[in-house]
Design a protein around this ligand. Structure first.
Ligand code: MGD
Ligand code: MGD
Ligand code: SF4
Ligand code: MO
Length: 749
């Protein structure tokens, strides 16, 4: 018997609607859902491989518990008893500080990851929180925190209405977009060009996105802050600043003008390797576009000046009047967001409310830099991390210097991993708790609706019933919350009940809420849904900006209304949201915040003292995703993708041949890697993808083991970071390169 089910794809930020064919409880086919209100049938090769990924025989089915040094299958009660036995004594003896948590990327792609981590961190009470954000977009959060007073207010390019898009360090043709949720990003870019719009890509590599652009600027890595500052300077010099309606809510413009004075195009041109006149033209064209937008991603954030670059992206949008206007950079309004309120000053955003124990890194948004994890485990003393929880994270491959991290993990008293695979990180755990495959999990985009280029809302129930020997990821995480609070044996449903009680308690006390003054018990009784997570979703939708307010607006959104519309509900194009969303102390967009001003000194110094030499950048491939999609034959097949791209001139100078092996050396170590000579990378730059380096002993990913590749992050030691955000420099790291000569054999004497 064959049937179909709808399921939002959890494999990248594009959130495409899929139509799954299910036979005998297995997904045998995945197509794009033509009626999905947002993705309209789009699908990419990863989504098409949903069934294979879902049924991967290497996925763990049952928990693993370390006994006598070896990980062995156990049942769920045994596994949680082992968590209790391992975690609780550490917490009791050394306090919450002795625990650390690593939250990886897929947490933003699961319902469980949206609902439980904050409760878990609250229960642990630890400052040792590490997430993929400090390997990714933390600079953008810091910039938004400073500009708007809300680190989660991330504006996105209004892709469907703009007529001028300047892309800084993003490759949506392969990544399908990031911090800009837009199913069929490629189609939306083509539409932009069809309606006469212009696409410009600033990237050291001629990516697939650069190839389809009207103009490609092959900048030297790490120098975008200089380029963007020079554009700001041109706007002021040529009287092109026009903030429009935004002007009334904007402070700090004159200070930005003063800062930009130090960065005329002529002063930065050599460092960026972009001619001054080209920089002028970039600024003039942005200013002249009726609707234009600058959009930055990984190449703008995981660099030495990540926060400055992220900030400058928004400064350019603001100064050209494109911030918060259709066709410019806009703030989505998610269905589970807080309701809009009358504008008033907020609490502002603070950085460095505490510091890491060993190196004194400031926290950002409650997190410490991922690069500080190993030293926090290794360094003896009060507050050392002795117990670690990793949830959907593979920092051994995704963070700098995995070899060092592996040594540190081996020294933990206790480690638990929530992961479907026994991989490079999970192999160090004492307990591995595997979530069910995506077909057996519900889906709601708690994160990506905040980043979507159109307001919309969709929910998928599990496409296939949960296997009897599996546990939902929500229950797994709820039980970890209980373990962390010393109530290991309690019913996980109590976690949801408490979360609902707390949220409704806040809502009824809030004069701005539609349920102000009502009884929480009465509201709780109204909640629908077949599980704790569904009731929580119902509550969030009903309290949210489109919600029914528990009856206050009978036509408003509820879980039931959403279940009635399996292809989703379109909530319309993005709308201007300033000044209501501002939470700065002044109640304005604070365009020139103090921490930024201080960091500009560092940029000035860098301009005076630019290192020369080869630098490393990354690379993403459409059929891969970070470190965990190399175990699916159709996604990993074909020619080796883990190659070092080198420009022909550099190859000739260094004596490297296409297809030959090279030795690459960086701060963190050395690798031997196949060379691909191509003029797609600019001179002075080599490119190696991350997420490879499989095949280690004790892992269980047989296909990935046969396509091991090398770990690009072993070339980086984590000592270079963007100081304001704690984000690792993953792009623009110095490396040395030599053709590989066979080591001289050591002869026995
Ligand atoms: N050099 C370099 N390094 C990089 C990057 C780069 O561009 N260059 N990119 C960085 C970026 S942007 C990111 S986001 C990070 C990502 O790095 P991580 O956050 O470590 O994420 P992944 O490598 O994707 O690993 C995800 C883990 O989650 C598991 N997983 C998959 N699905 C589920 C699920 O449903 N539930 C649970 N519990 N687990 C699941 C996988 O098996 C895997 O172990 O890497 C960063 N590292
Ligand atoms: N297929 C696929 N899709 C993915 C992922 C994946 O691994 N594979 N990962 C997902 C995740 S977690 C994320 S965060 C997103 C990332 O989404 P994107 O940011 O769009 O992806 P990247 O390929 O990292 O693009 C960064 C670009 O910046 C360029 N770059 C490097 N250094 C510099 C620099 O100094 N200046 C400038 N201007 N450019 C520079 C690189 O050459 C690269 O083309 O993709 C998501 N989608
Ligand atoms: S683009 Fe992303 S969300 Fe869409 S099918 Fe591909 S992996 Fe899934
Ligand atoms: Mo990411």
């Amino acid at each position: 018997m064959s049937r179909t089910a709808l399921r939002i794809c959890p494999l990248c930020e594009a959130t495409c609607g899929l139509t799954l064919t299910i036979e005998n409880g297995r997904v045998t086919r995945a197509r794009g859902d033509d009626e999905d209100v947002f993705s309209r049938g789009f699908i990419c090769p990863k989504g098409a491989a949903f069934g294979e990924l879902d049924a991967d025989p290497d996925r763990l089915r049952r928990p693993l518990v370390r006994r006598g040094g070896r990980l062995q299958e156990a049942d769920w009660d045994e596994a949680f008893a082992a968590v209790d036995d391992g975690l609780w004594p550490v917490l009791r003896e050394h306090g919450g500080r002795s625990a650390g948590a690593v939250l990886g990327n897929p947490n933003v792609h699961t319902v469980a990851g949206g609902l439980y981590p904050s409760l878990l961190l609250g229960a642990l009470g630890t400052p040792n929180v590490f997430t993929a954000s400090t390997l990714d977009q933390m600079p953008k959060h810091v910039s938004s925190g400073l500009l708007y007073g809300d680190a989660n207010a991330l504006p996105v390019p209004d892709l469907d209405r703009t007529d001028h898009l300047l892309v800084i360090g993003a490759n949506p043709m392969d990544s399908n977009g990031s911090l800009c949720t837009a199913p069929d990003f490629p189609g939306r870019l083509r539409a932009l060009r069809r309606r006469g719009g212009k696409l410009i890509v600033v990237d050291p590599r001629r990516t697939r996105t650069a190839r389809m652009a009207d103009q490609h600027v092959a900048i030297r890595p790490g120098t975008d802050a200089l380029l963007l500052f020079a554009m700001v300077r041109v706007l002021f010099d040529e009287d092109l600043v026009a903030t429009g309606e935004l002007g009334a809510h904007l402070t700090g413009v004159a200070e930005v003008r003063r800062l930009a004075a130090d960065f005329p195009p002529e002063a930065v041109a050599a460092a960026c390797d972009v001619p001054a006149e080209e920089i002028r033209t970039l600024a003039r064209e942005l200013a002249a576009a009726p609707k234009g937008v600058v959009y930055g991603r990984m190449g703008s954030t995981t660099v030495e000046f990540g926060t400055l670059t992220s900030w400058l992206v928004d400064v350019l949008n603001a100064l050209t009047g494109n911030l918060d206007r259709p066709g410019g950079m806009m703030f989505p309004l998610a269905a589970t967001a807080r309701r809009e309120r009358t504008p008033r000053p907020g609490k502002g955003f603070a950085l460095g409310r505490w510091h890491s124990r060993v190196s004194g890194h400031p926290e950002a948004k409650g997190e410490l830099p991922s690069v500080a994890l190993a030293e926090e485990i290794e360094t003896p003393g009060e507050g050392r991390i002795r117990a670690l929880l990793t949830i959907a994270a593979n920092p051994v491959l995704s963070a700098p210097d995995g070899d060092r991290l592996e040594r540190a993990l081996a020294g933990l008293d206790f480690m638990v991993s929530v992961d479907p695979y026994l991989n490079e990180t999970a192999r160090h755990a004492h307990v591995v708790l595997p979530p069910p495959p995506p077909s057996q999990s519900p889906h709601f985009d708690f994160t990506f609706n905040y980043l979507a280029v159109r307001n919309q809302v969709r929910y998928s129930r599990p496409a296939v019933p949960l296997d009897p020997d599996r546990m939902s990821e929500s229950d797994i995480l709820a039980r970890l919350v209980l373990c962390a609070s010393g109530h290991g044996g309690a019913d996980p449903a109590t976690v949801d009940a408490m979360a609902i009680e707390a949220a409704l308690g806040k809502a009824v006390a809030d004069p701005g809420s539609p349920v102000h003054g009502r009884e929480t018990a009465e509201l709780t009784a109204q909640l629908t849904g077949g599980s704790g997570p569904e009731r929580r979703l119902d509550m969030m939708l009903r309290l949210g900006p489109y919600g029914d307010g528990f009856g206050a607006d009978p036509d408003g959104l509820t879980l039931r209304a959403l279940l009635d519309r399996p292809h989703g509900i379109d909530l319309g194009p993005l709308r201007p949201r300033l000044p209501a969303l501002l939470r700065t102390r002044s109640g304005t967009v604070e365009l020139c915040p103090e921490p930024i001003v201080r960091d500009v000194d560092r940029l000035r110094r860098a301009l005076a003292d630019r290192p020369t030499g080869l630098v490393l950048i990354g690379r993403r491939h459409l059929r891969s995703n970070n470190s965990w999609m190399h175990n699916v034959p159709t996604l990993v097949g074909g020619s080796n993708r883990c190659t070092l791209q080198v420009h022909p001139e550099d190859a000739a100078r260094l004596g490297l041949a296409d297809g030959g092996l090279a030795r690459v050396k960086g701060d963190g170590g050395e690798l031997e890697v196949p060379v691909e000579v191509t003029d797609a990378v600019r001179t002075g730059v080599v490119s190696l993808p991350h997420g490879w380096g499989h095949g280690r002993p004790g892992t269980r990913m047989s296909v990935a083991g046969d396509h091991a590749g090398v770990n690009a992050n072993q070339l980086i030691d984590g000592s270079r970071l963007d100081p304001l955000s704690g984000t690792a420099v993953l792009n623009g790291c110095p490396v040395q390169l030599a053709p590989l000569t066979e080591p001289t054999p050591v002869l026995p004497d």
